[in-house]
Design a protein around this ligand. Structure first.
Ligand SMILES: Cc1cc2nc3c(=O)[nH]c(=O)nc-3n(C[C@H](O)[C@H](O)[C@H](O)COP(=O)(O)O)c2cc1C
Length: 192
């Protein structure tokens, strides 16, 4: 029963960049998660071809898309940690969502999802989060509400060389969100 065992939560990072603040944010999560939640990293979507129905029609879903979808299916919940590109979802992440959204056993269906973002500016990726909410709702995911984790002015909040998250307010908010997300997953999953 999902109500009493440790939860298996998959972390998906929307940035492919080596020095990514969002990847750094994702790396802080295991230490801040409640005991009832175990986090694991999602497989990469970096090698997915651009979605094209002709590929799907001719050869089926690429192996790496199947692997990503299976990892999502197996998880009790997802945390997507992503930057904002041009006020929206980075193309690579959106492309990955588009691929799996065409599957019969669509992996986001009924999946609890929490969002986080880090960005250089004053809005910290919030517009990307709103667009993910919209897009994932269209494929029947359950979006966790509050508290939101939006790390603004990321260059001031992560260590220069270590990329360690140093901002106590952000750390406290992440702890609150993860604790709330654990309760949310248990509540939503118990109803199914
Ligand atoms: C193509 C592109 C578009 C961007 N658009 C935005 C934007 O709309 N809003 C924003 O806050 N930052 C924007 N940025 C800046 C990112 O927030 C910043 O590069 C951030 O560090 C990227 O995340 P990462 O460090 O995890 O790779 C953009 C960056 C790129 C490369």
């Amino acid at each position: 029963m999902v109500t009493d065992r440790q939860l298996d939560v998959l972390v998906i990072c929307g940035s492919l960049r080596k020095g990514s603040y969002n990847a750094a944010l994702a790396r802080t999560l295991p230490a801040l998660a409640p005991a009832g939640m175990k986090l694991r990293d999602a497989p990469s979507f970096a090698s997915f071809p651009l979605y094209n129905f002709d590929i799907q029609d001719a050869t089926g879903f690429p192996h790496e898309v199947d692997v990503w979808a299976d990892a999502i299916r197996r998880a009790d919940g997802l945390i997507i940690v992503s930057p904002e590109y041009n006020w929206s979802i980075p193309g690579g992440l959106k492309n990955a969502i588009d691929w799996v959204s065409r599957m019969k056993d669509q992996p986001f269906k009924d999946k609890p999802v929490a969002l986080q973002s880090a960005a250089g500016g004053i809005l910290g990726g919030s517009r990307m989060q709103y667009h993910l909410r919209q897009s994932l709702t269209s494929i029947d995911a359950h979006l966790f509400g509050r508290p939101e984790v939006i790390v603004t002015f990321a260059h001031q909040k992560f260590g220069d060389k270590t990329l360690e998250l140093l901002d106590q307010t952000a750390i406290d908010m992440i702890k609150l969100q993860l604790a709330g997300f654990e309760r949310y997953i248990r509540r939503v999953s118990a109803k199914e």
